[in-house]
Design a protein. Structure first.
Length: 309
C-alpha cells in the first residue's frame, strides 16, 4: 500500500539515509551478538584436529591458514596458540613465532611445552634464538600472578588441594581388598563425598569452574572429576556439556565423566580416554563418539597436548 501525501506529512519520511544507516548499524550489532552467542566450541575442537592432521602431514601453510580462521571466529586456546608458534617456526617467521610463544604462556600453556616440543635446530643461530624465546617466556611467566596451590607450577584451581590431600590415600587404598578391609572402602567413600560437595559448589556457582580461559590446560580438573561419584557426573552431564560448548573445558574432561562410570560398572569404555586399553575394552563406535565432541584419537591428542609416550 502506497502512503498518501497526508500520511507522509503527518509521520515524515521514515526511511531517510540517516535512519537507514542507524537501522543497518543496529542490524550489524544484533547479528554480531547472535553470532557470538551461537559459538559452539565443539566445532572449534573438531577443526583443531584438522590443524593437527595438517601439521602431522607437514602441510604447515594449511594448518596456519586454518588457525587464523579459528582465531577470527573463536579466539585461540593455549593449545592452538602454541601450535601456531610451531607453524610459524616451520615457515621461518621467527618474529611472529616469538609473539605466539609469549601469548601461549600468557594463556597459561604448560611451560614444559617449550622443552617437550622444541623446534629442530639447523644452526647455532637457531639454538640461540630459541634460548632467547625461552628467556622471554620465563620473564613473562614470572610477571604473572603465582600461587602456592595449583597445577602447571602454581596456577590455582579450587580442586587442587582436595586432589593432593586425597590422592595418596586413594592410591594406598588400592592395595586393600574391600571384602577383607571394609574400613578402606569407608575411607574412600568419605573422600568421594567430599569431592561431590566440591563439585556441587562448582555447579551452584559458589566456586569458579577452573576454566581454560583462567587456568589454561588443566589436567588437574580431569583428576578431580575422576574422584567425583560417577552418578553425580552423569546426572549433571548437561552442565558439563555446556562447559564444553562454551570453551571452558577440553573434550577429554567431558569424556572422563562417562568413561569413569563405565569403568566402575565394568562395561566397555565409551570414549576410551584411559591409556593401555585393549580393543575389546572399548565400546564399539568410540572413535565416532570422540569425534562428535571434538576429541581426537590417541595420536592426535598426544600431538595437541604435547604428551609423550
Amino acid at each position: 500500500m502506497i502512503a498518501s501525501a497526508s500520511t507522509k506529512r503527518r509521520y515524515g519520511n521514515r526511511w531517510t539515509p540517516k535512519r537507514l544507516l542507524g537501522f543497518a548499524l543496529l542490524f550489524n550489532i544484533l547479528a554480531g551478538a547472535s553470532t557470538a552467542h551461537a559459538k559452539n566450541f565443539v566445532r572449534y575442537h573438531q577443526r583443531c584436529l584438522v590443524v593437527q592432521e595438517y601439521m602431522m602431514q607437514g602441510d604447515t601453510s594449511k594448518a596456519l591458514a586454518l588457525l587464523n580462521e579459528l582465531e577470527e571466529r573463536y579466539g585461540l586456546m593455549p593449545t592452538e596458540t602454541f601450535a601456531r608458534a610451531l607453524c610459524q617456526v616451520a615457515l621461518g617467521d621467527t618474529a611472529a613465532a616469538r609473539l605466539s610463544y609469549l601469548k601461549s604462556i600468557e594463556q597459561h600453556a604448560p611451560f614444559g611445552w617449550l622443552f617437550f616440543s622444541a623446534p629442530v635446530y639447523r644452526s647455532a643461530a637457531d639454538s640461540l634464538w630459541y634460548e632467547s624465546v625461552i628467556a622471554d617466556c620465563t620473564l613473562l611467566r614470572r610477571s604473572l600472578p603465582q600461587y602456592a596451590d595449583g597445577p602447571n607450577e602454581g596456577m590455582p584451581t579450587p580442586v587442587t588441594r582436595l586432589n593432593r590431600r586425597h590422592q595418596f590415600i586413594i592410591d594406598s587404598l588400592g592395595y586393600f581388598d574391600p571384602a577383607e578391609k571394609p574400613e578402606a572402602q569407608q575411607v574412600y567413600d568419605a573422600i568421594i563425598i567430599e569431592h561431590d560437595l566440591t563439585f556441587d559448589s562448582l555447579l551452584t556457582g559458589k566456586l569458579k569452574v577452573p576454566s581454560i580461559a583462567i587456568y589454561g590446560v588443566n589436567d588437574e580438573f580431569e583428576t578431580f572429576l575422576l574422584h567425583v561419584s560417577a552418578p553425580l557426573k552423569v546426572r549433571e552431564h548437561r552442565t558439563v556439556r555446556r562447559w564444553l560448548e562454551r570453551g571452558m573445558i577440553y573434550p577429554c574432561t567431558y569424556a572422563v565423566c562417562f568413561d569413569d562410570l563405565a569403568n566402575e560398572e565394568h562395561r566397555p569404555i565409551p570414549y576410551g580416554i584411559f591409556s593401555g586399553l585393549r580393543p575389546e575394552e572399548r565400546e564399539p563406535g568410540h572413535e565416532e563418539r570422540r569425534a562428535a565432541i571434538g576429541m581426537g584419537d590417541e595420536l592426535l591428542e598426544k600431538l595437541r597436548f604435547h604428551r609423550g609416550g
